[in-house]
Design a protein around this ligand. Sequence first.
Ligand SMILES: Nc1ncnc2c1ncn2[C@@H]1O[C@H](COP(=O)(O)OP(=O)(O)O)[C@@H](O)[C@H]1O
Ligand SMILES: [Mg+2]
Length: 335
Amino acid sequence: MHHKRLDDQHLLTKVMDIKAMGDSVFYTCLLSHLQNHMIHPSKIEHLRSSVYLIHCNNRLFIIKGFDSNQTLNNQKELTQRLKKNGFIHTYSFIEDLPTFEYDGQVFGAIEYIQPSSDRFHFGSEKNRIEGLTVLHTFHNSTGLNLTNNLSHFNQIVKWEERLRIFCKYQPIIGEYVAESILSSWINWAKWALVGMKQHETELMAEKKVIIHGDCAHHNFLRKQDGELALLDFDLIAYAPPFIDYLQYCSRILPYLVDPAKELWFYPEIATYKENKAFLYALTYPTDILREWNRLCKNHLSHHSAQLHRIWKMTIEQFAKRMKFNEEIAGMIESL
Ligand SMILES: Nc1ncnc2c1ncn2[C@@H]1O[C@H](COP(=O)(O)OP(=O)(O)O)[C@@H](O)[C@H]1O
Ligand SMILES: [Mg+2]
């Protein structure tokens, strides 16, 4: 790294520049940490919660906060292994900058991937196909056990809890959504869980891999060279690949015109066409329950923009989603 001495005054000015962005104590720690390692940033951008983009001598890199050293080390080991196994669709951690701790988080440095202006989203069929290919290649490139313990993901436990919380918030949600619609979502959630439990052996039939665990569009990044990258390994766990594909389905569903038919055009998803556990799981309204729970937990029901987005998803998509669920139920029936 280029060496340039910064005096305290300079450091302070920098902190003042970015003070408006939030936690100035954090920025002071971050700057002095970087400075101790001969890095003198010209700009720090706060990208999202614990993710910062550091500009230094026309070079860019990411600083990201992790829950613990173990979480960070797991992700380092995973990305190293992915690279070793020929998986090119992600970043590497930067090993020559030591970690630092702040407010219970451990911050590590990550190579910055230059995004293309052609942003990745699930509205494009090409993206939907390519995302699945990358995910499939990821599952085949992670290898098995990591050095540290990685948790085993249990979809049924997770969704039972999500439903329990949703039911707890029912009186609040009921102020915005008609009782008949609300109970319909709850009944589908219960029905899906019963079916998943009944067919748990099918759910667990595949060999476990390391799943990504968070297949949202913002964890895919279209690179400037046109390749697709996969980011953010905060939710990796041992589980059947089924779990990632299920999540992927729920992310792309809103963009499909006739999802009960179109889903099976994707080869990675067609694998599960006769898997009853998968079919039941498709009818669980995971996004609706998740978003309402998040809104209520953060007392955001008075934030009209977010409320409106979730309300639209709950009401406007209702007919389409009910048709989808009925058709999936029909598929289960005919198996
Ligand atoms: N290495 C990277 N290169 C380029 N952009 C990144 C990188 N890491 C994160 N980002 C950007 O920051 C966002 C948040 O990072 P992410 O690791 O997904 O954090 P979070 O856990 O908060 O979702 C990503 O969606 C992406 O836009
Ligand atoms: Mg993310």
